[in-house]
Design a protein around this ligand. Structure first.
Ligand SMILES: Nc1ncnc2c1ncn2[C@@H]1O[C@H](COP(=O)(O)OP(=O)(O)O)[C@@H](O)[C@H]1O
Ligand SMILES: N[C@@H](CCOP(=O)(O)O)C(=O)O
Length: 321
């Protein structure tokens, strides 16, 4: 359960009283997510999500995330909508943290996605990229290449405690990425964390996207690389080509990848894998005392990185040309 910050009943009641959503009936900490503190909030007006933004979310970035969710919804992407208080503000402070209330989305995330789910995600991702094209704000990706070596250093020489050889493998992959990372790919708004737990389905159809708190301006194909990592591997560590094919083909039915993006896909997949391995590694080694959170396994992404380092071309992910 991710709840880092406890909120007293009194604090919650006076925060919610600044909104037009009636009185609090209940608030339950949510048993998923690792980044922020989330509560399912039930008030006289219905259900909402209350989020208290934690360590990786910088307060100055919140207007980007809030503005983006409003922008995407106005262009037909189903995503949570910030609820404004009586002063017209979507952002407030609660228990010493920046906080927001957003609308509750119906649907469930899938634990074992099949090719049809992967196709749904590919299509939704490309539509998100198109809908974000005229979003006027920019936010550089704080978790891209320049951040990876400092993140590794935050692990403070303890990587091999998690798995012997992890430090050497990571340093080799980092050196390759610093040599090979592509420039000049088409850029725009990316979600940057479209994992299975951030995509809701209802009756087999994709019903909405959540968790825009890593969204930023970066290479569009990097977002596809994040999704190939998150959706197309099996529990035994093998890459499922059928799922990769379904995702890439559905993405390309909306937005065709350029030749440069196709050529860069393997290195982008390596980058996406190391990014999640590193944040997981740092979190694994630094669980805050008292936090209700189950840290995610960094070695899952070490294994995925190993696969990508053996990939020859985008055809190995299922791209057909
Ligand atoms: N708008 C929403 N509607 C319904 N459920 C939500 C919504 N936002 C978050 N949740 C629930 O809370 C969980 C954690 O949210 P998430 O945004 O992924 O956390 P984090 O901020 O830690 O990344 C989700 O898996 C989902 O179950
Ligand atoms: N998706 C990231 C962690 C952040 O995930 P969330 O559950 O809080 O959206 C990972 O799997 O490492």
């Amino acid at each position: 359960m991710a709840v880092y910050t406890e909120v007293t009943d009194e604090e919650l009641a006076s925060f919610v009283a600044t909104y037009d959503i009636g009185a609090v009936l209940s608030a339950k900490g949510i048993a998923e997510g690792v980044e922020n503190s989330n509560f399912l909030l039930h008030t006289e007006a219905g259900f909402f999500i209350l989020t208290l933004y934690e360590k990786r979310v910088h307060e100055e970035d919140l207007p980007f995330f809030i503005g983006l969710m409003e922008h995407l919804a106005a262009r037909g992407i189903t995503c949570p909508q910030p609820v404004k208080n009586r002063r017209g503000e979507a952002l407030g402070r609660l228990a010493g943290r920046p906080a927001a209330i957003v609308t509750f989305l119906d649907g469930m995330w899938v634990k074992r996605p099949g090719p049809a789910h992967c196709a749904g995600v590919g299509e939704a991702l490309a539509k998100l990229h198109e809908a974000g094209a005229d979003f006027p704000m920019r936010r550089p990706n704080a978790l891209s290449l320049p951040s990876w070596r400092p993140l590794f250093e935050q692990a403070d020489g303890r990587a091999d405690e998690v798995s012997p050889g992890l430090a050497r493998r990571t340093l080799e992959a980092l050196a390759e990425l610093e040599r090979d990372w592509p420039d000049g790919l088409p850029e725009g708004v990316i979600h940057a964390d479209l994992f299975t737990d951030n995509v809701f389905f209802l009756g087999g159809r994709l019903s909405g996207l959540i968790d825009f708190y890593f969204a930023c301006t970066d290479a569009l194909a990097y977002d596809l690389a994040v999704c190939l990592n998150a959706w197309c591997f099996e529990a035994d560590g093998s890459f499922n080509l059928t799922k990769g094919q379904a995702m890439i083909a559905a993405y390309e039915r909306v937005r065709r990848l350029t030749d440069a993006e196709v050529a860069a896909l393997p290195v982008l997949c390596r980058g996406a894998a190391i990014r999640f391995m590193l944040t997981r590694l740092v979190d694994w080694l630094n669980v805050p005392p008292g936090a209700l959170v189950k840290p995610k396994d960094p070695l899952e992404y070490d294994r995925k990185l190993g696969f990508h380092r053996r990939v020859a071309s985008a055809a190995d992910y299922g791209l057909k040309r």
